[in-house]
Structure formats: C-alpha cells, structure tokens
Design a protein around this ligand. Structure first.
Ligand code: ATP
Length: 308
C-alpha cells in the first residue's frame, strides 16, 4: 500500500505481513510506523492499496477489526482527572463488555501491567511509566487477539524500559495475543520480538525472523540514550580507552577487544564517567543496524503470512 499526506509519502508501495507472536516494527522517527498502524486500525485510509487484519478488510470491516484488536497509541491520551481503574472499566464497556465483566477484567489487567493501589488515583498525577502501563491496560481489557503497541517504551528510563519490554514479551508468549510493537531504538525490540520489520522513509527495508538478523562477530554493540552526539562522545572515549569502535546507526560497534581486556567493565565505566545512560551492551550479532546502513531498498518483500 501507499499513503501520501499532500507532498509527503509516508508509506511507499509497502507489502508486508505479520504473523503470530511478537513482531517488532522498527524505524527512525518519521519512518511510517504510526501511519501503518493507523491504517490497519481503519483510522486512516491508504491512498492506494489495501490490507486485511485477522482476515477482515480494513476499509469495509473496520468495526470488526476494532473488536478483535487492541491499540496503545504513542501519545498521551489519558484523561487527567480520571483514575486508571475507572478509565479501563470504561474502555472495556466501550468495547462491549457488560459492567461486571468490565470491572473484573480491568482489575485483572491492571494487576498484570503492574498498577496496584495507584489504579484508584487520578492519572494526571502519574509518572510516565504509570501512564504507559494504563495505556497498555486499556489496549488489553477486551481480551483482543492482536494488539498494536506504538512506542510503549517512549519516555521511560532504562529500568522502566526493561520492565515494559518484559511485559510486551509476556503479552505475546504467555497471554497468546499477537503483538505488533514499534520502536525508533533499533536494538531494543530484538530481544522480545520473534520477527522484525524494518521501515525507512516509508520503504520496507527488511522483514525477517529475528534469528535471521543475528550473527556473532566477537565484538560488542553499545547503545546509549541520546542522539549522534552522545554516541560519538562514547565512541571517542572508548577509543581513548584502547578500543577500536565505529558508529553503526545509533550504536557504537566495538571491534573484538585485545586479549585480557575486561571490555564490558570498560564500556560501563566509560559511560558512567560521561554521565550517559546505557540502553544495552551485547554481543555484536544484531544486524538490524546493518540493514539501515545498506543502501539497497527491498520494497515489496513480504514476511511469512499470519493474522494481520
Ligand atoms: N496527519 C499527517 N499529516 C501530514 N503528514 C503526516 C501526518 N501523519 C504523518 N505524517 C508524515 O508522515 C511521515 C511518517 O510519519 P509517522 O508518524 O507514521 O512516522 P513514525 O515512524 O511513526 O515516526 P514517529 O515515531 O516520529 O511517530 C512523516 O514524514 C510525518 O511527518
């Protein structure tokens, strides 16, 4: 499908399918991730093309799709003067649950996402992490078969990110709900996704099983919160500490270190000295960033079929 907003082409000839389990939809800001989700929900019409979600056509069966699908939007959409408990019950009722069932489901799901006593407080006073959990709960209250999570880790500190990613993994693996989850941090979805779709400027760069992205090279990949400046600051400091590194997308790739150098300690201490927040240190086996580095565009490729 294609989606244009005036002169801007947000999605270009995109053909992709999403299967069971957790699928990571990855791309820089503006890559077209939110646009794709909104089209699949029937909130936006494609300029060209069509799609099916759980076997239903997005243009003629949007209502059926919304019954079967949950949606956690990217931006804060929570009424500040309502408690999470009342809000999630309300969203359950809006999805057609009877009052008692909505109350029971809301209590269960709020417990699953980790909002306990706080659920009776007005959401205006919540931290970003609590707001993300309330947004996640409302997406799950009607027991959907598929859930779209748009940047669920946005605005969270590293510990809260890990918690949220763990929750995303549980939704896919323990609750058996298919998940399409987006992130602009290239690396963070690799650990929780069974499948990864990479978008760049509205084009499909790659769609594969996560394992196909992985190959161990003996080096390390390091990611810190921030942009190019923070990445380069870390890379330069690691070079001064005796490591050979290169920028790779948003990451610092560290070549296999000299024998005997405790490279994890060097990276951790260097980041701490610079006051940079580490997102991850991991073996250099992630090829997501390589996909971004390669100039070839493979629009039109498709992943194995499934419910969406
Ligand atoms: N309603 C709109 N009107 C005009 N342009 C839009 C609209 N919505 C999105 N766009 C443009 O379409 C492109 C894709 O946007 P989209 O929000 O889908 O990206 P994204 O990958 O979700 O990034 P982000 O994480 O920043 O939201 C961007 O260039 C954006 O400016």
């Amino acid at each position: 499908m294609t989606k244009r907003f005036g002169q801007v082409e947000a999605l270009t000839d995109l053909t992709v399918s999403v299967g069971e389990g957790v699928t990571g939809l990855v791309g820089a800001n503006g890559a077209g991730k939110s646009t794709l989700i909104k089209i699949l929900l029937g909130l936006l019409d494609p300029t060209d093309g069509t799609a099916r979600v759980l076997g239903h056509d997005i243009s003629s069966q949007a209502q059926e799709i919304r019954r079967l699908v949950g949606y956690m939007p990217e931006h804060d959409c929570l009424p500040p003067d309502v408690s999470a408990s009342d809000f999630v019950v309300h969203m359950g009722r809006m999805s057609g649950l009877p009052a008692t069932a909505a109350r029971e489901r809301a209590a269960d799901i709020l417990r699953h996402v980790g909002l306990d006593e706080e659920r009776y407080r007005q959401m205006g006073g919540y931290s970003t992490g609590m707001k993300q959990r309330a947004k996640l709960a409302q997406a799950l209250v009607h027991d959907p078969r598929l859930v779209f999570l748009d940047e669920p880790t946005n605005g969270l500190d590293p510990a809260a990110r890990v918690d949220m990613l763990h929750l995303v993994q549980r939704i896919g693996r323990d609750f058996g709900i298919a998940v399409l989850v987006t992130s602009h941090l290239l690396g963070e979805l690799e650990r929780v996704s069974d499948h990864v779709i990479v978008l760049d400027g509205g084009h499909l760069l790659r769609s594969s099983a996560t394992a196909d992205f992985l190959k161990h090279t003996g080096g390390l990949l390091v990611e810190v919160i921030g942009g190019d400046a923070e990445r380069d600051q870390l890379g330069e400091a690691l070079a001064r500490a005796g490591l050979t590194c290169h920028p790779r997308g948003q990451l610092v790739a560290v070549d296999p270190p000299p024998q005997g150098l405790a490279v994890h300690d060097v990276v951790r201490d260097t980041a701490a000295d610079l006051g940079l927040a580490l997102v991850r240190i991991q073996p250099d086996q992630a090829h997501l960033e390589d996909v971004f580095m390669s100039s070839s565009t493979t629009a039109g490729a498709a992943a194995p079929g499934g419910p969406a």
